[in-house]
Design a protein around this ligand. Structure first.
Ligand code: NAP
Length: 442
């Protein structure tokens, strides 16, 4: 009897786990269970819309999704449509690949002030994620601050700095493109609590900031004087060397008549958000790094800003039935094993770090563990899931239906753009049900 495996989440971690299972010498059936109608997780909803080449990895996921043992069940919400305990009763093994979709909170006074937006929400908004399509962030501000010195902060700042023409070949949502274009923003501040040498930016992404048509990067050369930190491992040291060279290059660029600026503020730790109702300023403390730790100097300044976006990392969702580490924001696990027959891969296991390919090793390990732990099947598996969903009237989306959504999005694309995304689950279902009605026999 084939082993029934459910993978919850169809982002990179879920797909790499499925692919690794397919390569094993076991008779298995793999069901990908996804909360949204649409697959691919962060590739669709997180990767910046102007980084289309990164999204090409979807081609490999597509082959996995269409392999004979694999089925896609979109629009099935664990915790709403069925519980984890129920899923574990149905499947011989369950792999959690649910990512880290929640923003790590900014824990400083005033952090609840209106106008503060987490990167999960902001990125989801410009990418047309159904959870955030109606976020409507207020970008009517001359200064916008982005907290964080990672690639997500760079993505956000770059998108705020790009012109409509520069976004023409992207799949940014129309409403986000319009809001960014009509924003009066002149200065986008990227704030790092550490020095330039400790920034987490990857160099390729940092360099892009120097190549925008109407936005100039601004760096204070004094912030680069400390050079490459002594406390870095080899890989981080190489990254720091390249980043410092790039930032040095930025100090030599002439901002000319460019309308917008991206200002890099290093050693700037957020201390309080100021503003009665809506954010008016961010109080920042000057810091220094001692033995790799951020140490405050007591010297503060207020940066007036009308919008504040945090890009300070993510947390996984807690799911009843799986032990959760509140501090790390991940499931409690031993090398990926959460409980008998229950595994975790990707950001919900490791935390929100690494590139897309980092998830591959997680998938390989989970597949090996399943091979060791669960040699024979016996549970109802796919038939059990289908019966439960039918009994509860859950309208799930299969892969051919997703392909119909994809075709409609591609057909609606503006010239030069890859797609115009449907941004509500209602619109996706309406499209499918319309087609179903129009193809139904009279
Ligand atoms: P990240 O690289 O971990 O950066 C998070 C930043 O937030 C760090 O600078 C961190 O500072 C700062 N931070 C955390 N808590 C803070 C606080 N309370 N106050 C002030 N600053 C705080 O995370 P990310 O940018 O969210 O990216 C997540 C992962 O996705 C990364 O591995 C990233 O490389 C990857 N990614 C890649 C791409 C790409 O390749 N194009 C694009 C997007 C994301 P400390 O260093 O001091 O902790």
């Amino acid at each position: 009897m084939s082993v029934g495996i459910a993978i919850v989440g169809s982002g990179p971690a879920g797909f790499y786990a499925a692919d690794a299972l397919l390569k094993l010498d076991i008779d298995c059936r793999i069901d990908l269970i996804e909360r949204l109608p649409t697959p691919f997780g962060l590739i669709r909803g997180g990767v910046a819309p102007d980084h289309q080449s990164t999204k090409k990895v979807i081609k490999a996921y597509e082959r996995t999704a269409q392999a004979e043992p694999v089925r896609y069940f979109g629009n099935v919400h664990l915790g709403r449509d069925l519980s984890l305990d129920e899923l574990r009763e149905i499947y011989d093994a369950v792999v959690l690949a649910v990512g880290a979709p929640k923003d790590r909170p900014l824990e400083i006074p005033g952090a609840e002030t209106r106008g503060i937006i987490g990167s999960a929400a902001f990125v989801g908004w410009y990418n047309g994620h159904p959870d955030f399509a109606d976020l409507a962030p207020d970008l009517q501000a001359e200064t916008i601050a982005v907290i964080g010195n990672g690639n997500v902060a760079l993505d956000i700042a770059r998108l705020l700095g790009k012109t409509r023409a520069e976004m023409a070949s992207s799949d940014i949502t129309d409403y986000a493109a319009a809001a960014i274009e009509s924003s009066p923003v002149k200065a986008i501040h990227i704030l790092g609590r550490r020095d330039a040498g400790h920034a987490k930016f990857t160099n390729k992404e940092l360099k892009e900031m120097g190549a925008l048509s109407d936005c100039a990067p601004i760096v204070d050369p004094r912030d680069l004087e400390a050079g490459v930190p002594a406390d870095l491992d080899e890989r981080s040291r190489r990254r720091a060397e390249k980043n410092l060279a790039t930032l040095r290059g930025f100090t030599e660029l002439d901002p000319g008549g460019k309308t917008r600026r991206v200002v890099f503020d290093f050693c700037a730790r957020p201390q309080a958000v100021l503003g009665d109702d809506k954010v008016a300023a961010l109080r920042i403390e000057r810091t220094r790094i001692e033995d790799g730790r951020v140490v405050g100097s007591g010297e503060t300044r207020d940066l007036p800003c009308g919008a504040l976006i945090t890009a300070i990392g993510y947390r996984g969702p807690a799911i009843p039935g799986a032990p959760f580490d509140e501090r790390r924001g991940t499931f409690v696990h031993e090398d990926g094993r959460v409980a008998p027959g229950l595994y975790a891969v990707g950001w919900c296991k490791r935390g929100p770090t690494g590139v897309i390919g980092t998830n591959k090793a997680d998938g390989d390990l989970a597949a090996q563990q399943i091979l060791e732990d669960v040699r024979v099947g016996g549970k109802s598996g796919r038939e059990g899931l289908e019966a439960l969903l039918a009994e509860r009237g859950v309208r799930y989306i299969d892969y051919p239906e997703w392909k119909r959504i994809e075709a409609a999005e591609e057909a609606a694309a503006a010239p030069g753009a890859p797609r115009r995304k449907l941004v509500t689950i209602g619109d996706m279902l309406a499209l499918l049900d319309e087609k179903r009605a129009s193809t139904a026999p009279p």
